[in-house]
Design a binder for this molecule. Structure first.
Ligand code: ATP
Ligand code: MG
Length: 563
């Protein structure tokens, strides 16, 4: 994969920093970590961070990347999210080996570090409510106010902190705060909260603790305990870096990690934060965390994207120092690019109309042959496709009264049926409403698989499936989940109103008989319509179900009819 390619390694600013540290011999080995909070499923933004952290570790001899669950908030974390996250990281192609960690395993160590801060006069127990603390914090231009509890003695602080742990106080009664500087220009340094009381069981530590450390305290010290060398996070943590360093400097930390920030991935036509994804799932706007329209890794996997495509996408967007929004079409391009050379071509008619070949006798069946990978037929071999008097073709491939440049079927017009013959439309059959229900044609038996012996040419080639041999399949035509590039353009109105009402269209398609043998997870190109995958949950050979991964061409932004 390309992250291992020496040509691309060392090209972004993080890799350059690491290359310098390696060259100067600063570290024995490079150790990174991916630190998800198990409060939801991973999304494509996390994939960028995973590719970066695990990629950097892989590129450096002896390097390693830890998977660490940043689980210090008992309110939102669950074991099912831990399992889902592990599955997703593995699926993306990365391996943490023995290095699976949980911040909750460090609670005792962290408590010990907090005691050291108190002993050094660097932390105090504060009895203000969280609301009062917020009011005392000041603003960017106005310094904050010192807490009336700021000058408590070390022994009083130690006593209160121990009693907080012992469960003597209700939620919110006291917090532990770092004693730094209420006038600091960096708001994060204005005596930040380090611990709060929460009488809530934790999914791993149960009732053992009612005192839980805050993110800023947990994160840097977990990094230090694990010997992380480069703690790579997204830009919104830039202001937290000063606090990160302050905590490490003021406790006997076993190592001195450095934090570096990069631009998070933002993608248009979707939402990414776990809170919003949760709202979509719990509000029933999608079928679950693995709904193929979601940007979750589980959704993307079910949609039919490949890990290679996501890793390539991640390389393509690169690692930068300033935020930007990536166009969804770039992700779609990555998947097309990957599948193009990998998957067989088959024929499937999504919106069928009958075509009757008048000069082919009823009951006669011709066994034709088609290459599975036309660009290089030696690659995937050939399959048999039955041809008979009645075929299904795509409704949009016939027009009774076509415009000038319509090169498909119309009265009097001749086209090529893919891998078969030229046919000429000689008549149509209509129902009582006057709608065409059958297209009547004659075929030229001299034109099998190629051109006409007389040199006659046709401009269009259309796909088809033999009626008596066709297999019914449920086809789910997924499209973008939102109909506008920025679903949150109006924060107050919310993003739900921008859901694309056509993000899922379910049709009964008629597919060629070879597809009856498809297994869950098999991918195909349905010629002319897109890439599809046999659904990992609902597909069965008696009742095939295919998800559209991506159409063949980018049709967004154009006013073209979408299949
Ligand atoms: P979200 O805000 O989307 O809910 P999060 O930051 O709360 O995500 P965490 O589980 O805390 O999710 O994130 C784990 C790691 O993934 C962090 O290092 C975080 O910086 C990184 N990450 C999260 N979102 C993105 C993104 N959009 N692009 C790149 N990295 C991301
Ligand atoms: Mg977070």
């Amino acid at each position: 994969m390309s992250t291992e390619d020496p040509k691309t390694a060392g090209t972004d600013f993080i890799r350059q920093i690491i290359a310098q540290d390696v060259a100067s011999g600063k570290y024995e080995r490079i150790v990174t970590r991916f630190p998800p909070e198990p409060n939801g499923y991973l999304h494509i933004g996390h994939a960028k961070s995973i590719c970066l952290n695990f990629g950097v570790a892989r590129e450096n001899p002896g390097g390693r990347c830890h998977l660490r669950f940043d689980d210090s908030n008992p309110e939102t974390e669950e074991i099912r999210f831990v399992e889902a996250i592990k599955k997703d990281v593995k699926w993306l192609g990365f391996d943490w080996g023995e290095h699976l960690y949980f911040a909750s395993d460090y609670f005792e160590d962290l408590y010990g570090f907090a005691v050291r801060l108190i002993q050094g006069g660097k932390a105090y127990v504060c009895g203000l409510s969280e609301e009062e603390i917020r009011r005392h914090r000041g603003t960017v231009t106005v310094p904050g106010l010192n807490s009336p509890y700021r000058d408590r003695s070390v022994s009083e602080n130690l006593d209160l902190f121990a009693r907080m742990r012992a469960g003597e106080f209700p939620d919110g009664k006291h917090v532990l705060r770092a004693k730094i500087d209420m006038a600091s220009p960096n708001m994060k340094m204005r005596d930040p909260l380090l611990y709060r009381i929460r009488h809530i069981p934790h999914y791993r530590t149960g009732d053992k603790w009612c005192l839980y450390p805050m993110y800023d305290f947990v994160h840097c010290l977990s990094d230090a305990l694990e010997g992380i060398t480069h703690s790579i996070c997204t830009l919104e943590f830039e202001n937290n870096r000063e606090l990160y360093d302050w905590i490490i400097e003021n406790v006997p930390a076993p190592s001195r990690p450095r934090q570096y920030e990069f631009a998070r991935l933002n993608l248009n036509y979707t939402v990414m934060s776990k809170r919003k994804l949760m709202e979509l799932v719990e509000g029933g706007h999608v079928t679950g965390w693995d709904d193929p329209r979601l940007p979750t890794i589980a959704g993307i996997r079910r949609r039919g994207y490949t890990p290679e495509a996501i890793r390539n996408f991640s390389d393509r967007i690169g690692v930068a120092r300033s935020n930007s929004v990536v166009d969804a079409s770039l992700l779609e391009h990555s998947i097309r690019d990957d599948l193009n050379t990998k998957v067989p071509r088959v024929m499937a008619v999504l919106d069928p109309i009958r075509l009757v070949i008048l000069n082919l006798p009823v009951g006669q069946i011709l066994e034709l042959e088609a290459p599975n990978f036309p660009d290089d037929p030696s690659k995937m071999g050939f399959r048999k496709i039955p041809f008979s008097r009645e075929l299904f073709i795509e409704r949009s491939d016939f027009m009774e009264d076509p415009p000038k440049k319509f090169f498909r079927l119309a009265p009097g017009k001749e086209v090529r049926l893919r891998w078969a013959f030229f046919v000429t439309c000689v008549d149509v059959k209509k129902d009582a409403e006057g709608d065409v229900v059958e297209v009547h044609c004659t075929y030229d038996p001299e034109t099998l698989g190629g051109d006409a012996p007389d040199g006659r040419r046709v401009k269009g080639t259309i796909h088809w499936v033999s009626v008596p041999h066709a297999v019914d399949a449920q086809v789910r035509l997924y499209d973008r989940l939102f109909s506008v590039p920025d679903p949150e353009e109006d924060k107050e109105a919310g993003f739900i109103r921008n859901l694309n009402p056509d993000s899922l269209k379910i049709v009964t398609a008629r597919v060629e008989p070879s597809l009856a043998g498809a297994s869950r997870g098999d991918r195909f190109q349905f010629e002319r319509t897109g890439y599809f995958i046999a659904d990992e949950k609902d597909h069965a050979s008696e009742k095939p179900v295919f998800n559209r991964i991506v159409p063949l061409r980018d049709s967004w932004g154009k006013i073209s009819a979408k299949v």
